[in-house]
Design a protein around this ligand. Structure first.
Ligand code: PXP
Length: 246
């Protein structure tokens, strides 16, 4: 069964738009996580960015207590974030590249270019019983490096697929890249998640990608929730994921 991880960062984005620096205010990422979980989400993801632009340290601690499905802590591979992860003990960390000026996580991690540092983090997480996922572009070189890093999972960046969804040829090219990368990763023993830019329209096309375990989806679910409420937004996504054959 294909699982759904709900990313609740943008609940905090909305709060911070009004209450930045006040350590209070609505909407609550914890309430959103509880509602998503009750609606059937299989995991909750939150990204503590170095600039704390949406999720704050206090949210991470509160989410860890409130979430009873798997908690996926998304983070840059920095000493500070590693410390916070080891203290928080999520079920899994997803390591992502981070640039201050980007609107959201724009590209995949260059695993091949920073393998020793990633290996050290994977070792520390393994000791603490925390799984590791590496957010990478669907690229054989990065998959090969991920297989040597000690991470159990990769999360394939579906941003290019989502961006080119409106153009049939480009969409097929990006879909083929995702299919090739998942097949390659699976053959190397990696477990495969995917995320970024997945929405109610493009999800059905991703059923063609084999070996996927979980999709991490944030922006479109939180956006749709403004109109229909979070429980229904989550349930509609889960319905679209049904029938995935793997
Ligand atoms: N996965 C990762 C690693 C991400 O960085 C993001 C964006 O925060 C997502 C999934 C979710 O992307 P979106 O908000 O476009 O659904």
């Amino acid at each position: 069964m294909l699982k759904l991880g709900v990313n609740i960062d943008h609940v905090a984005t909305l709060r911070e738009a009004r209450y930045r620096g006040q350590r209070q205010g609505e909407p609550s990422p914890v309430d959103a996580a509880i509602a998503a979980e009750a609606a059937g989400a299989h995991s909750i993801t939150a990204h503590l960015r170095e600039d704390r632009r949406h999720i704050l340290d206090a949210d991470i601690a509160a989410l860890r207590k409130a979430v009873s499905v798997r908690f996926n802590f998304e983070m840059a591979n920095t000493a500070e974030m590693v410390r916070i992860a080891l203290r928080t003990k999520p079920e899994i960390v997803c390591l992502v590249p981070e640039k201050r000026e980007e609107v959201t996580t724009e590209g995949g991690l260059d695993v091949a270019g920073q393998l020793p540092a990633l290996k050290r983090t994977c070792k520390k997480m393994a000791k603490a019983d925390i799984e590791v996922s590496l957010f990478i572009n669907p690229d054989a070189k990065q998959v090969d490096a991920a297989a040597r890093s000690g991470a159990q999972f990769i999360e394939l960046h579906t941003g290019q697929f989502a961006e080119h969804f409106g153009n049939a040829r480009a969409r097929q090219r990006e879909l083929n890249r995702l299919i090739a990368a998942t097949a390659h990763a699976h053959s190397l023993g990696l477990r495969v998640n995917a995320g970024h830019g997945i929405n109610y329209e493009n999800l059905a096309t991703l059923h063609a990608v084999p070996h996927l375990e979980e999709l991490n989806i944030g922006h479109c679910i939180i956006s749709h929730a403004v109109s229909v409420g979070l429980p229904r937004a989550v349930k509609e996504m889960l319905r679209l994921m049904k029938g995935y054959r793997g």
